[in-house]
Design a protein around this ligand. Sequence first.
Ligand code: ADP
Ligand code: MG
Length: 454
Amino acid sequence: MTNEELWSRALTEIELAVSRANFVTWFKDTRILNFAEGTVTVGVPNGFSKEWLENKFHKFILKSLRTQAPEIRAINYSIATPSTTAAAKIKFKKEPPPLQEEQLEFKDFYVDPRTNLNPKYTLDTFIVGSFNELAHAAAQAVIKNLGRVYNPLFIYGGVGLGKTHLLQAIGNAVCKENPGKKVNYITSEKFSNELVSSLQNNYVHNFKEKYREFDLLIVDDVQFFAGKTKTQEEFFYTFNALYEAGKQVVFSSDRSPKSISDIGERLQSRMEAGVIIDISEPEYESRLAILKAKILEKKIDLPETTIELMALLIHKNIRELEGALNTINIQSKYQNRVLTQDEVKIILSKNIKPKNAVTPTQIIKTVAEFYDIQEKAIYEHTRKTEVVKPRQVAMYLIREDLKGSYPFIGQKFGGMDHTTAIHAYEKILRELKSDAKLEDELKSIRNKYQNLQK
Ligand code: ADP
Ligand code: MG
């Protein structure tokens, strides 16, 4: 067996063990450079691939190689220019037929009416990095052990970080693996609307029955249950019925259950009873991996340096990465050439405003909304506890993120003394050290106003 054959066979096996997106991203342009005395040297195109293969895929690679050649004991990874031989490229060169492309576009808006799932969201297209690997692992565990582990599964994180994608992927995987299971995806808002109209039209009984039948119920964006007492109550009963029957429930939210105000203790403690996992913002390597996968998926031609530039400049979320990629793709198709670095920079700078473009007023408004109080109350010199904390948080954020001076902050809050601003800033700073919930809240708030700017 030549090295090329050995690698090609190992890849066939690895491909089965990792998602398509990861496979293509990390195994493209790899090959065996050398195989001697039980040690295989795998050539990789760059440092990122090297790191990922070493840290994440080493076990798979070793196992797959050993299946072919049991005498293999060790693997080294070494950066090398990709081979130009045809054999090394075969697996990745296959162009899908045009028909498939049309189907993919159709999939973009197709939603299965029985499950409300969109088939485009799958685990195969979900890139895993350190920012979301726990959430991904939990999703896999839930799929394999429906209702038996991690029940309920609660996933939270800022906008555009892949919550809906992952939740829907769980649903799609369960449908695929167990066609007999009844799966349903719904947003908390839709659930609430359906409940209200069933009450108005006197078929609340059917509503109840419908939701108690599911083997897997996925409820997206549960932060919108806040303040809706009747919906919460009904959902609480639905949840209990499902839970007691050993059915699986999966939630998402933009914040942790503890940080959802006005959700009712009973429901909150139910949501916390399983496992709670957050998805954070992707770090550079993950952003790069996501871009690369999407580029392959959409068959866009972009030089490596441009992709790296994009990963560097766009740091908030994945939706934004996708948006920027589409803009650049359309521009370069329109111009019918590969765009230069400077052109890409200009396009990106038009789309992404610098972080400090947010105004103090926007921060205050966001904070008021988050804590569900009237914006104008924050400016009044009231000492009501429900206002004092949000005001302190807003002061802290203006100081921290906008570098506002204390006198300016005092002035902004209805002419308060600058010592009030200092006190607020220091208090929040102190509390952040020991209060994970507060930290969480600030994260959600920042996420909100940073996304306001678009
Ligand atoms: P959220 O529900 O957290 O606001 P979405 O799930 O809607 O975010 O994700 C926004 C976009 O980014 C979607 O188009 C989704 O497919 C894509 N996306 C998010 N996370 C990933 C990921 N890990 N891999 C690939 N695409 C992702
Ligand atoms: Mg979502």
